[in-house]
Design a protein around this ligand. Structure first.
Ligand code: SF4
Ligand code: SF4
Length: 300
């Protein structure tokens, strides 16, 4: 850069280009690093930094320049903050929200309230976590029975995805497929999509009621908590093992799964309570409390 500046130092036009290019590079690097550090989502702990570092202005300019066609953000907080952001930034076209039938009324996730707030501002919605990190692909046995009694061939995941895809204003459902068979399943009901009918809506309400009484750990397996854990505890894998017992009473399978995910150590009881994980968890889960329960349940 020094060489370039020297070559341009008596030429105001090229100097301006240089500064502009330099600022653009810095802005690009900064935005990338900031979003990486923020885990790419707007939340209570970081939203003021978007103003402080002029990120809204930056992306609005990129939209004005034609580099961004539709502007939106991923959001992990409650409807009050969402209302403020959408009021302050009417230039936003869409919001990415965590919506699934299990978290529809969950006070920590507020799927319904966030959805309704975004729609009241006329925004389109991209849905993340429609299957709740895979949990709703394998819900408690009582929910599976409810679904299969009505439609024996429909997968539990299809109920979860159809629930969100039936809502008004949804432009994309990020279903998080991880195999060809999951893709084939998704295509089977999304290719010629039919929204949930009245009977099916009633079945979802009954599933919500059952899950409301479920003691499973509501982890979405996003892994935001694991990077900074000084004890390298596989937190979401441990919670998935515990949920086998908590959701379906499968203690033997839960212990087997726990033994597999902790085969190299890093057990729930190794937690030192630093709470780095809790600060990173977008679901605000009391991870240390859950880990203590997992250790009690699965290590004895
Ligand atoms: S509180 Fe426990 S699980 Fe969480 S980061 Fe610290 S050691 Fe890891
Ligand atoms: S950050 Fe929270 S929701 Fe995500 S994997 Fe960890 S415990 Fe689960």
């Amino acid at each position: 850069m020094t060489g370039m500046k020297t070559a341009c130092e008596n030429n105001s036009h090229w100097d301006a280009v240089h500064i502009s290019f330099h600022q653009h590079r810095i802005a690009q690097q900064f935005v990338g690093q900031f979003l990486k550090a923020s885990k790419d989502v707007l939340k209570h702990s970081n939203y003021t930094k978007y103003d402080k570092f002029h990120l809204w202005d930056y992306v609005a300019q990129k939209k004005a320049d034609g580099l961004i066609k539709h502007l939106g953000f991923s959001f992990h907080a409650g409807p009050k903050l969402l209302d403020k952001l959408l009021t302050d930034h009417p230039e936003v076209d869409f919001v990415q929200l965590q919506i699934n039938y299990a978290d529809w009324e969950n006070p920590d996730v507020t799927s319904r309230a966030n959805y309704e707030m975004a729609r009241s501002h006329g925004k389109s919605i991209v849905v993340m976590e429609p299957v709740k990190g895979g949990n709703l692909a394998d819900p408690p046995a009582a929910v599976i029975k409810l679904f299969t009694d009505y439609a024996p061939d429909a997968s539990p995941a299809s109920w979860a995805i159809r629930f969100v895809a039936s809502l008004d204003g949804i432009i994309t459902v990020l279903s998080g497929m991880s195999s060809v068979s999951q893709m084939e399943d998704n295509l089977s009901y999304m290719k010629d999509f039919k929204p949930l009918n009245e009977n099916e809506q009633g079945i979802i309400r009954e599933a919500q009621r059952i899950l409301g009484h479920s003691a499973t750990i509501p982890c979405t397996a996003c892994h935001y908590c694991t990077d900074g854990c000084p004890k390298q505890i596989p937190i979401p894998d441990i919670f998935a093992a515990a949920n086998l017992q908590l959701g379906n009473g499968q203690m033997a399978q839960a212990k087997e799964s726990y033994a597999a995910v902790t085969s190299e150590g890093h057990r729930a009881s190794d937690c030192i309570g630093c709470k780095q994980c809790e600060r990173a968890c977008p679901q605000h889960l009391p991870i240390t409390k859950y880990l203590a329960q997992c250790a009690e349940m699965l290590e004895k």
